[in-house]
Design a protein around this ligand. Sequence first.
Ligand code: ADP
Length: 484
Amino acid sequence: MILIIDDKPENLFSLKTILTLHSFPVDTAESGEEALKKVLKNNYALIILDVQMPGMDGFEVAEALSGYSKSRDVPIIFLSAASTEKKYITKGYTSGGIDYITKPIDPDILLLKVKTFYKLFEQTRQLNEMQEILRSEIEFRKKAQAEINAKALELKSILETIPQLAFTTKATGELEYANSQWLNYVSSAFRFPEVHPDDKDIESSFHAAISSGKPFEMEVRIKRIKDNVYRYHLLRVLPVWENNAILRWVGTFTDIEDQKQAIKRKDEFISIASHELKTPLTTIKAYVQLLERMSKDPTAQNYVNKALFQVNKLDKLIADLLDISKIESGKMKFDKKKFRFEPMLSGVLDMARQTYPEFVFEQKGKADAEIFGDETRLEQVLVNFISNSVKYSASRKEVFIETSITGENKLLVSIKDFGIGIPKEHQQNLFKKFYRVEDQVKTTQGLGIGLYICAEILQRHNCDYGVQSEPSDGTTFYFSIPLN
Ligand code: ADP
Protein backbone atom coordinates (compact mmCIF):
# COMPACT_ATOMS: atom_id res chain seq x y z
CA MET A 1 0.00 0.00 0.00
CA ILE A 2 1.11 3.56 -0.72
CA LEU A 3 0.68 6.31 1.91
CA ILE A 4 0.13 9.86 0.58
CA ILE A 5 0.72 12.65 3.09
CA ASP A 6 -0.51 16.13 2.13
CA ASP A 7 -2.35 18.83 4.08
CA LYS A 8 -4.50 19.79 1.08
CA PRO A 9 -7.49 17.47 0.51
CA GLU A 10 -7.65 18.40 -3.20
CA ASN A 11 -4.02 17.29 -3.67
CA LEU A 12 -4.69 14.07 -1.80
CA PHE A 13 -7.72 13.47 -3.97
CA SER A 14 -5.99 14.00 -7.31
CA LEU A 15 -2.92 11.87 -6.33
CA LYS A 16 -5.12 9.13 -4.96
CA THR A 17 -7.19 9.11 -8.16
CA ILE A 18 -4.13 8.79 -10.43
CA LEU A 19 -2.71 5.91 -8.39
CA THR A 20 -5.98 4.08 -7.83
CA LEU A 21 -6.66 4.26 -11.57
CA HIS A 22 -3.41 2.31 -12.02
CA SER A 23 -4.48 -0.29 -9.47
CA PHE A 24 -2.20 0.79 -6.61
CA PRO A 25 -3.76 0.41 -3.16
CA VAL A 26 -3.63 3.80 -1.47
CA ASP A 27 -3.95 5.25 2.04
CA THR A 28 -3.88 8.99 2.94
CA ALA A 29 -2.92 11.26 5.83
CA GLU A 30 -3.57 15.00 6.10
CA SER A 31 -0.72 15.77 8.51
CA GLY A 32 2.64 14.49 9.61
CA GLU A 33 1.23 13.49 13.01
CA GLU A 34 -1.56 11.41 11.44
CA ALA A 35 0.95 9.82 9.07
CA LEU A 36 3.26 8.76 11.90
CA LYS A 37 0.35 7.10 13.70
CA LYS A 38 -0.64 5.23 10.55
CA VAL A 39 2.91 4.10 9.87
CA LEU A 40 3.02 2.46 13.29
CA LYS A 41 -0.15 0.51 12.57
CA ASN A 42 0.21 -0.44 8.88
CA ASN A 43 2.84 -1.65 6.47
CA TYR A 44 3.55 0.63 3.51
CA ALA A 45 5.50 -0.07 0.36
CA LEU A 46 6.01 3.65 -0.47
CA ILE A 47 5.32 7.04 1.07
CA ILE A 48 4.52 10.16 -0.99
CA LEU A 49 5.22 13.11 1.26
CA ASP A 50 4.46 16.80 0.78
CA VAL A 51 7.36 18.94 1.96
CA GLN A 52 5.43 22.08 2.86
CA MET A 53 2.87 21.35 5.51
CA PRO A 54 1.73 23.36 8.55
CA GLY A 55 2.77 21.74 11.87
CA MET A 56 5.38 19.05 11.07
CA ASP A 57 6.80 19.72 7.64
CA GLY A 58 7.84 16.95 5.25
CA PHE A 59 11.49 16.91 6.42
CA GLU A 60 10.51 16.54 10.05
CA VAL A 61 8.14 13.70 9.17
CA ALA A 62 10.89 11.98 7.16
CA GLU A 63 13.33 12.35 10.03
CA ALA A 64 10.82 10.86 12.44
CA LEU A 65 10.15 7.98 10.00
CA SER A 66 13.84 7.19 9.80
CA GLY A 67 13.78 6.68 13.58
CA TYR A 68 11.21 3.86 13.40
CA SER A 69 12.57 0.45 12.52
CA LYS A 70 9.27 -0.31 10.82
CA SER A 71 9.48 2.59 8.35
CA ARG A 72 13.22 3.13 8.15
CA ASP A 73 13.52 1.30 4.85
CA VAL A 74 10.31 2.49 3.22
CA PRO A 75 11.14 4.64 0.19
CA ILE A 76 9.81 8.22 0.12
CA ILE A 77 8.91 10.46 -2.81
CA PHE A 78 8.93 14.10 -1.67
CA LEU A 79 6.59 16.57 -3.27
CA SER A 80 8.47 19.87 -3.26
CA ALA A 81 7.75 23.35 -4.57
CA ALA A 82 11.24 23.73 -6.10
CA SER A 83 14.14 21.52 -7.08
CA THR A 84 16.43 23.55 -4.81
CA GLU A 85 14.87 21.78 -1.85
CA LYS A 86 16.52 18.54 -2.98
CA LYS A 87 19.65 19.05 -0.85
CA TYR A 88 17.49 19.34 2.27
CA ILE A 89 15.68 16.18 1.29
CA THR A 90 18.90 14.14 1.13
CA LYS A 91 20.02 15.58 4.40
CA GLY A 92 16.80 14.79 6.20
CA TYR A 93 16.35 11.22 5.18
CA THR A 94 19.25 8.95 4.47
CA SER A 95 18.21 5.41 5.28
CA GLY A 96 15.46 4.48 2.77
CA GLY A 97 15.27 5.12 -0.99
CA ILE A 98 14.32 8.68 -1.76
CA ASP A 99 13.25 10.75 -4.69
CA TYR A 100 11.38 13.93 -5.30
CA ILE A 101 8.88 15.42 -7.67
CA THR A 102 8.43 19.13 -8.10
CA LYS A 103 5.04 20.74 -8.18
CA PRO A 104 2.97 21.07 -10.28
CA ILE A 105 3.00 17.31 -10.55
CA ASP A 106 3.36 15.63 -13.89
CA PRO A 107 1.22 12.43 -13.52
CA ASP A 108 3.41 10.44 -15.96
CA ILE A 109 6.58 11.16 -14.01
CA LEU A 110 4.80 10.40 -10.74
CA LEU A 111 3.58 7.05 -12.08
CA LEU A 112 7.01 6.20 -13.46
CA LYS A 113 8.63 6.80 -10.09
CA VAL A 114 5.90 5.03 -8.14
CA LYS A 115 6.16 1.99 -10.40
CA THR A 116 9.95 1.88 -10.03
CA PHE A 117 9.80 2.07 -6.24
CA TYR A 118 6.93 -0.36 -6.07
CA LYS A 119 8.82 -2.88 -8.18
CA LEU A 120 11.87 -2.37 -6.03
CA PHE A 121 9.78 -2.92 -2.93
CA GLU A 122 8.34 -6.18 -4.34
CA GLN A 123 11.77 -7.47 -5.27
CA THR A 124 13.20 -6.58 -1.88
CA ARG A 125 10.28 -8.28 -0.17
CA GLN A 126 10.78 -11.43 -2.22
CA LEU A 127 14.51 -11.37 -1.56
CA ASN A 128 13.91 -11.03 2.17
CA GLU A 129 11.45 -13.90 2.09
CA MET A 130 13.91 -16.07 0.20
CA GLN A 131 16.66 -15.16 2.65
CA GLU A 132 14.41 -16.09 5.55
CA ILE A 133 13.61 -19.48 4.00
CA LEU A 134 17.29 -20.12 3.31
CA ARG A 135 18.23 -19.14 6.83
CA SER A 136 15.73 -21.52 8.39
CA GLU A 137 16.76 -24.28 5.96
CA ILE A 138 20.41 -23.84 7.02
CA GLU A 139 19.39 -23.87 10.67
CA PHE A 140 17.39 -27.05 10.13
CA ARG A 141 20.26 -28.77 8.35
CA LYS A 142 22.73 -27.72 11.00
CA LYS A 143 20.47 -29.14 13.68
CA ALA A 144 19.90 -32.39 11.77
CA GLN A 145 23.65 -32.80 11.18
CA ALA A 146 24.32 -32.20 14.87
CA GLU A 147 21.72 -34.82 15.78
CA ILE A 148 23.22 -37.33 13.33
CA ASN A 149 26.69 -36.70 14.75
CA ALA A 150 25.40 -37.16 18.29
CA LYS A 151 23.65 -40.40 17.33
CA ALA A 152 26.72 -41.71 15.54
CA LEU A 153 28.82 -40.94 18.59
CA GLU A 154 26.32 -42.68 20.85
CA LEU A 155 26.27 -45.72 18.54
CA LYS A 156 30.06 -45.88 18.51
CA SER A 157 30.30 -45.75 22.29
CA ILE A 158 27.71 -48.57 22.54
CA LEU A 159 29.64 -50.62 19.99
CA GLU A 160 32.83 -50.13 22.03
CA THR A 161 31.26 -51.71 25.11
CA ILE A 162 30.14 -55.00 23.53
CA PRO A 163 32.41 -58.07 23.36
CA GLN A 164 31.72 -58.67 19.65
CA LEU A 165 33.65 -57.26 16.72
CA ALA A 166 31.42 -54.39 15.63
CA PHE A 167 31.47 -52.10 12.63
CA THR A 168 29.46 -49.64 10.60
CA THR A 169 29.59 -49.06 6.88
CA LYS A 170 28.28 -46.38 4.57
CA ALA A 171 25.10 -47.16 2.64
CA THR A 172 27.39 -48.48 -0.13
CA GLY A 173 29.01 -51.04 2.18
CA GLU A 174 32.30 -49.18 2.56
CA LEU A 175 33.66 -49.61 6.11
CA GLU A 176 33.57 -46.33 8.08
CA TYR A 177 34.08 -47.44 11.69
CA ALA A 178 35.19 -50.55 13.60
CA ASN A 179 35.46 -51.03 17.39
CA SER A 180 38.67 -51.91 19.21
CA GLN A 181 37.85 -55.67 19.33
CA TRP A 182 38.06 -55.59 15.53
CA LEU A 183 41.80 -55.08 15.79
CA ASN A 184 42.23 -58.60 17.24
CA TYR A 185 41.32 -59.91 13.80
CA VAL A 186 42.45 -57.30 11.32
CA SER A 187 45.01 -54.52 11.58
CA SER A 188 42.92 -51.91 9.73
CA ALA A 189 39.45 -50.63 10.55
CA PHE A 190 38.80 -50.26 6.85
CA ARG A 191 39.26 -53.93 5.89
CA PHE A 192 37.18 -57.03 6.69
CA PRO A 193 38.96 -59.90 8.52
CA GLU A 194 40.56 -62.71 6.52
CA VAL A 195 38.15 -65.55 5.79
CA HIS A 196 38.90 -69.29 5.81
CA PRO A 197 39.60 -70.42 2.20
CA ASP A 198 36.68 -72.90 2.35
CA ASP A 199 34.13 -70.28 3.46
CA LYS A 200 32.18 -67.76 1.43
CA ASP A 201 33.76 -64.37 0.92
CA ILE A 202 32.26 -61.76 3.28
CA GLU A 203 32.34 -58.76 0.96
CA SER A 204 30.60 -60.37 -2.00
CA SER A 205 27.92 -61.91 0.26
CA PHE A 206 27.43 -58.56 2.00
CA HIS A 207 27.17 -56.66 -1.29
CA ALA A 208 24.43 -59.01 -2.46
CA ALA A 209 22.55 -58.12 0.76
CA ILE A 210 23.12 -54.39 0.21
CA SER A 211 21.33 -54.46 -3.12
CA SER A 212 18.36 -56.22 -1.49
CA GLY A 213 18.31 -53.77 1.45
CA LYS A 214 17.54 -56.63 3.83
CA PRO A 215 19.32 -57.74 7.06
CA PHE A 216 22.05 -60.22 6.40
CA GLU A 217 23.46 -63.14 8.37
CA MET A 218 26.17 -65.72 7.73
CA GLU A 219 28.45 -68.09 9.62
CA VAL A 220 32.07 -67.67 8.70
CA ARG A 221 35.52 -68.56 10.01
CA ILE A 222 37.83 -65.56 10.40
CA LYS A 223 41.54 -65.49 11.24
CA ARG A 224 42.70 -64.14 14.61
CA ILE A 225 45.91 -62.12 14.34
CA LYS A 226 47.74 -63.30 17.47
CA ASP A 227 47.77 -67.05 16.64
CA ASN A 228 46.58 -67.20 13.00
CA VAL A 229 43.71 -69.44 14.14
CA TYR A 230 40.39 -69.37 12.28
CA ARG A 231 37.39 -69.12 14.60
CA TYR A 232 33.74 -69.49 13.68
CA HIS A 233 31.77 -66.25 13.92
CA LEU A 234 28.16 -65.34 13.29
CA LEU A 235 28.13 -62.21 11.15
CA ARG A 236 24.94 -60.14 11.37
CA VAL A 237 24.42 -56.88 9.50
CA LEU A 238 21.38 -54.61 9.72
CA PRO A 239 20.50 -51.55 7.65
CA VAL A 240 19.81 -48.24 9.45
CA TRP A 241 16.99 -46.43 7.68
CA GLU A 242 16.26 -42.72 7.59
CA ASN A 243 13.59 -41.05 5.45
CA ASN A 244 13.06 -44.21 3.38
CA ALA A 245 16.74 -44.50 2.52
CA ILE A 246 19.51 -46.61 4.03
CA LEU A 247 21.80 -44.31 5.99
CA ARG A 248 24.36 -46.93 6.98
CA TRP A 249 24.79 -50.62 7.92
CA VAL A 250 25.66 -51.78 11.41
CA GLY A 251 27.19 -55.21 11.91
CA THR A 252 28.69 -57.55 14.49
CA PHE A 253 30.78 -60.71 14.43
CA THR A 254 29.90 -62.94 17.39
CA ASP A 255 32.37 -65.68 18.28
CA ILE A 256 30.49 -69.01 18.07
CA GLU A 257 33.56 -71.26 17.95
CA ASP A 258 32.80 -72.83 21.36
CA GLN A 259 29.18 -73.58 20.41
CA LYS A 260 30.36 -75.07 17.10
CA GLN A 261 32.84 -77.31 18.94
CA ALA A 262 30.15 -78.37 21.44
CA ILE A 263 27.74 -79.23 18.60
CA LYS A 264 30.49 -81.21 16.90
CA ARG A 265 31.22 -83.16 20.10
CA LYS A 266 27.49 -83.79 20.62
CA ASP A 267 27.11 -85.06 17.03
CA GLU A 268 30.11 -87.34 17.51
CA PHE A 269 28.65 -88.62 20.77
CA ILE A 270 25.24 -89.34 19.16
CA SER A 271 26.96 -91.16 16.34
CA ILE A 272 29.12 -93.32 18.65
CA ALA A 273 26.34 -93.95 21.18
CA SER A 274 23.82 -95.03 18.56
CA HIS A 275 26.34 -97.36 16.92
CA GLU A 276 27.20 -98.87 20.31
CA LEU A 277 23.50 -99.33 21.17
CA LYS A 278 22.62 -100.83 17.83
CA THR A 279 24.73 -104.02 18.18
CA PRO A 280 23.37 -105.33 21.52
CA LEU A 281 19.85 -104.33 20.52
CA THR A 282 20.03 -106.39 17.34
CA THR A 283 21.06 -109.38 19.44
CA ILE A 284 18.26 -108.79 21.97
CA LYS A 285 15.74 -108.50 19.12
CA ALA A 286 16.89 -111.80 17.59
CA TYR A 287 16.60 -113.64 20.92
CA VAL A 288 13.14 -112.18 21.67
CA GLN A 289 11.97 -113.21 18.19
CA LEU A 290 13.32 -116.75 18.89
CA LEU A 291 11.48 -116.80 22.22
CA GLU A 292 8.27 -115.72 20.47
CA ARG A 293 8.51 -118.65 18.08
CA MET A 294 9.37 -121.19 20.82
CA SER A 295 6.89 -120.16 23.46
CA LYS A 296 3.56 -122.03 23.57
CA ASP A 297 2.26 -120.39 26.75
CA PRO A 298 -0.17 -117.53 25.77
CA THR A 299 0.80 -115.40 28.81
CA ALA A 300 4.49 -115.76 27.95
CA GLN A 301 3.71 -114.98 24.29
CA ASN A 302 1.88 -111.85 25.39
CA TYR A 303 4.92 -110.68 27.40
CA VAL A 304 7.28 -111.52 24.57
CA ASN A 305 5.14 -109.47 22.14
CA LYS A 306 5.17 -106.53 24.51
CA ALA A 307 8.95 -106.81 24.82
CA LEU A 308 9.24 -106.98 21.02
CA PHE A 309 7.07 -103.85 20.63
CA GLN A 310 9.38 -101.90 22.95
CA VAL A 311 12.48 -103.31 21.25
CA ASN A 312 11.10 -102.14 17.87
CA LYS A 313 10.50 -98.66 19.27
CA LEU A 314 14.05 -98.53 20.54
CA ASP A 315 15.27 -99.84 17.20
CA LYS A 316 13.45 -97.01 15.35
CA LEU A 317 14.88 -94.45 17.76
CA ILE A 318 18.42 -95.67 17.25
CA ALA A 319 17.87 -95.79 13.48
CA ASP A 320 16.73 -92.12 13.60
CA LEU A 321 19.79 -91.14 15.64
CA LEU A 322 22.03 -92.92 13.17
CA ASP A 323 20.27 -91.07 10.35
CA ILE A 324 20.98 -87.77 12.08
CA SER A 325 24.67 -88.64 12.25
CA LYS A 326 24.64 -89.60 8.59
CA ILE A 327 22.98 -86.29 7.63
CA GLU A 328 25.49 -84.30 9.71
CA SER A 329 28.48 -86.04 8.15
CA GLY A 330 26.95 -85.93 4.66
CA LYS A 331 26.97 -89.72 4.55
CA MET A 332 23.28 -90.44 4.09
CA LYS A 333 23.22 -92.72 1.06
CA PHE A 334 20.31 -93.08 -1.35
CA ASP A 335 19.71 -96.14 -3.42
CA LYS A 336 17.55 -94.68 -6.17
CA LYS A 337 15.67 -96.94 -8.57
CA LYS A 338 12.43 -96.90 -10.52
CA PHE A 339 9.48 -98.24 -8.52
CA ARG A 340 5.68 -98.00 -8.51
CA PHE A 341 4.36 -95.73 -5.78
CA GLU A 342 0.92 -97.33 -5.32
CA PRO A 343 2.04 -100.76 -3.98
CA MET A 344 4.49 -99.06 -1.62
CA LEU A 345 1.72 -96.80 -0.25
CA SER A 346 -0.65 -99.78 0.10
CA GLY A 347 2.00 -101.66 2.08
CA VAL A 348 2.48 -98.67 4.40
CA LEU A 349 -1.30 -98.36 4.92
CA ASP A 350 -1.67 -102.09 5.67
CA MET A 351 1.02 -101.83 8.27
CA ALA A 352 -0.58 -98.69 9.75
CA ARG A 353 -3.97 -100.45 10.02
CA GLN A 354 -2.31 -103.38 11.82
CA THR A 355 -0.32 -101.18 14.18
CA TYR A 356 -3.15 -98.74 14.97
CA PRO A 357 -6.35 -100.80 14.73
CA GLU A 358 -8.42 -98.10 16.48
CA PHE A 359 -7.72 -95.66 13.58
CA VAL A 360 -9.37 -95.41 10.17
CA PHE A 361 -6.95 -94.74 7.28
CA GLU A 362 -8.83 -93.62 4.22
CA GLN A 363 -7.06 -93.47 0.87
CA LYS A 364 -8.33 -90.94 -1.63
CA GLY A 365 -7.20 -90.81 -5.25
CA LYS A 366 -4.82 -93.20 -7.03
CA ALA A 367 -1.05 -93.00 -7.02
CA ASP A 368 -0.46 -95.31 -9.93
CA ALA A 369 2.76 -93.63 -10.96
CA GLU A 370 6.33 -94.69 -11.45
CA ILE A 371 8.84 -92.93 -9.27
CA PHE A 372 12.59 -92.69 -9.43
CA GLY A 373 13.90 -92.65 -5.89
CA ASP A 374 14.91 -94.55 -2.81
CA GLU A 375 11.80 -96.57 -1.98
CA THR A 376 12.80 -97.39 1.59
CA ARG A 377 13.60 -93.75 2.39
CA LEU A 378 10.35 -92.45 0.86
CA GLU A 379 8.47 -95.14 2.75
CA GLN A 380 10.19 -93.86 5.90
CA VAL A 381 8.75 -90.37 5.18
CA LEU A 382 5.22 -91.75 4.77
CA VAL A 383 5.51 -93.85 7.94
CA ASN A 384 6.74 -90.80 9.86
CA PHE A 385 3.92 -88.53 8.64
CA ILE A 386 1.30 -91.20 9.35
CA SER A 387 2.60 -92.11 12.80
CA ASN A 388 2.68 -88.41 13.71
CA SER A 389 -0.96 -88.12 12.57
CA VAL A 390 -1.84 -90.87 15.00
CA LYS A 391 0.38 -89.56 17.77
CA TYR A 392 -1.05 -86.02 17.64
CA SER A 393 -4.74 -86.95 17.22
CA ALA A 394 -6.78 -87.06 20.38
CA SER A 395 -10.51 -87.48 19.70
CA ARG A 396 -11.22 -88.04 15.98
CA LYS A 397 -9.36 -91.15 14.94
CA GLU A 398 -9.32 -90.71 11.18
CA VAL A 399 -6.46 -90.06 8.76
CA PHE A 400 -6.92 -89.24 5.05
CA ILE A 401 -4.15 -90.11 2.62
CA GLU A 402 -4.68 -88.33 -0.67
CA THR A 403 -2.66 -88.66 -3.87
CA SER A 404 -2.92 -86.89 -7.20
CA ILE A 405 -0.84 -85.96 -10.25
CA THR A 406 -0.38 -82.19 -10.49
CA GLY A 407 -0.29 -80.01 -13.61
CA GLU A 408 3.49 -79.79 -13.20
CA ASN A 409 3.68 -83.59 -13.57
CA LYS A 410 4.41 -84.24 -9.93
CA LEU A 411 2.93 -86.80 -7.61
CA LEU A 412 1.34 -84.92 -4.73
CA VAL A 413 0.85 -86.87 -1.51
CA SER A 414 -0.91 -85.42 1.51
CA ILE A 415 -1.61 -86.91 4.93
CA LYS A 416 -4.43 -85.19 6.77
CA ASP A 417 -5.42 -85.72 10.39
CA PHE A 418 -8.07 -84.14 12.60
CA GLY A 419 -5.89 -83.85 15.66
CA ILE A 420 -4.61 -81.08 17.87
CA GLY A 421 -3.11 -79.01 15.03
CA ILE A 422 -0.04 -76.75 15.14
CA PRO A 423 -0.05 -73.01 15.96
CA LYS A 424 1.09 -70.84 13.02
CA GLU A 425 4.23 -69.51 14.75
CA HIS A 426 5.65 -73.05 15.07
CA GLN A 427 4.95 -74.22 11.54
CA GLN A 428 8.08 -72.87 9.84
CA ASN A 429 10.31 -74.54 12.45
CA LEU A 430 8.87 -78.06 12.44
CA PHE A 431 11.41 -79.45 9.99
CA LYS A 432 14.35 -78.17 12.05
CA LYS A 433 16.45 -80.56 14.10
CA PHE A 434 15.12 -81.33 17.63
CA TYR A 435 12.20 -78.92 17.19
CA ARG A 436 9.04 -79.77 19.08
CA VAL A 437 5.96 -77.64 19.70
CA GLU A 438 6.29 -76.44 23.31
CA ASP A 439 2.87 -77.51 24.63
CA GLN A 440 3.32 -80.98 23.17
CA VAL A 441 6.67 -81.54 24.86
CA LYS A 442 4.85 -82.23 28.12
CA THR A 443 2.09 -84.46 26.75
CA THR A 444 3.81 -86.62 24.11
CA GLN A 445 7.16 -88.32 23.91
CA GLY A 446 9.54 -87.64 21.07
CA LEU A 447 12.90 -86.20 20.13
CA GLY A 448 11.85 -83.85 17.34
CA ILE A 449 14.05 -85.54 14.75
CA GLY A 450 11.53 -87.41 12.54
CA LEU A 451 10.52 -84.40 10.44
CA TYR A 452 14.13 -83.23 10.18
CA ILE A 453 15.07 -86.57 8.61
CA CYS A 454 11.97 -86.43 6.35
CA ALA A 455 13.02 -82.97 5.15
CA GLU A 456 16.50 -84.24 4.26
CA ILE A 457 15.09 -87.24 2.37
CA LEU A 458 12.55 -85.07 0.49
CA GLN A 459 15.16 -82.46 -0.40
CA ARG A 460 17.42 -85.17 -1.79
CA HIS A 461 14.50 -86.24 -4.04
CA ASN A 462 13.88 -82.64 -5.24
CA CYS A 463 10.48 -82.65 -3.55
CA ASP A 464 8.44 -79.66 -2.45
CA TYR A 465 7.03 -80.25 1.00
CA GLY A 466 5.27 -78.46 3.82
CA VAL A 467 2.53 -78.34 6.38
CA GLN A 468 -0.90 -76.72 6.65
CA SER A 469 -2.55 -76.62 10.01
CA GLU A 470 -5.10 -74.87 12.19
CA PRO A 471 -4.93 -75.54 15.93
CA SER A 472 -7.76 -77.92 16.92
CA ASP A 473 -8.79 -78.41 13.25
CA GLY A 474 -6.03 -80.84 12.38
CA THR A 475 -2.91 -80.93 10.25
CA THR A 476 -1.96 -81.81 6.69
CA PHE A 477 1.61 -82.72 5.81
CA TYR A 478 2.32 -82.93 2.08
CA PHE A 479 5.07 -83.45 -0.44
CA SER A 480 5.23 -83.56 -4.20
CA ILE A 481 7.80 -85.58 -6.10
CA PRO A 482 8.72 -84.95 -9.75
CA LEU A 483 7.69 -87.80 -12.05
CA ASN A 484 10.35 -87.32 -14.69
P1 ADP B 1 8.51 -85.95 17.44
O1 ADP B 1 7.13 -86.34 17.01
O2 ADP B 1 9.35 -87.10 17.81
O3 ADP B 1 8.51 -84.88 18.47
P2 ADP B 1 8.85 -84.94 14.72
O4 ADP B 1 10.09 -84.36 14.10
O5 ADP B 1 8.22 -86.08 14.02
O6 ADP B 1 9.28 -85.32 16.21
O7 ADP B 1 7.83 -83.78 14.89
C1 ADP B 1 8.24 -82.52 15.35
C2 ADP B 1 7.11 -81.82 16.07
O8 ADP B 1 6.11 -81.45 15.13
C3 ADP B 1 6.39 -82.68 17.08
O9 ADP B 1 7.03 -82.63 18.33
C4 ADP B 1 5.03 -82.04 17.13
O10 ADP B 1 5.10 -80.94 18.00
C5 ADP B 1 4.84 -81.50 15.73
N1 ADP B 1 3.99 -82.37 14.87
C6 ADP B 1 4.41 -83.22 13.94
N2 ADP B 1 3.37 -83.82 13.33
C7 ADP B 1 2.26 -83.30 13.87
C8 ADP B 1 0.85 -83.49 13.64
N3 ADP B 1 0.40 -84.36 12.73
N4 ADP B 1 -0.01 -82.76 14.41
C9 ADP B 1 0.44 -81.90 15.32
N5 ADP B 1 1.75 -81.68 15.57
C10 ADP B 1 2.65 -82.36 14.85
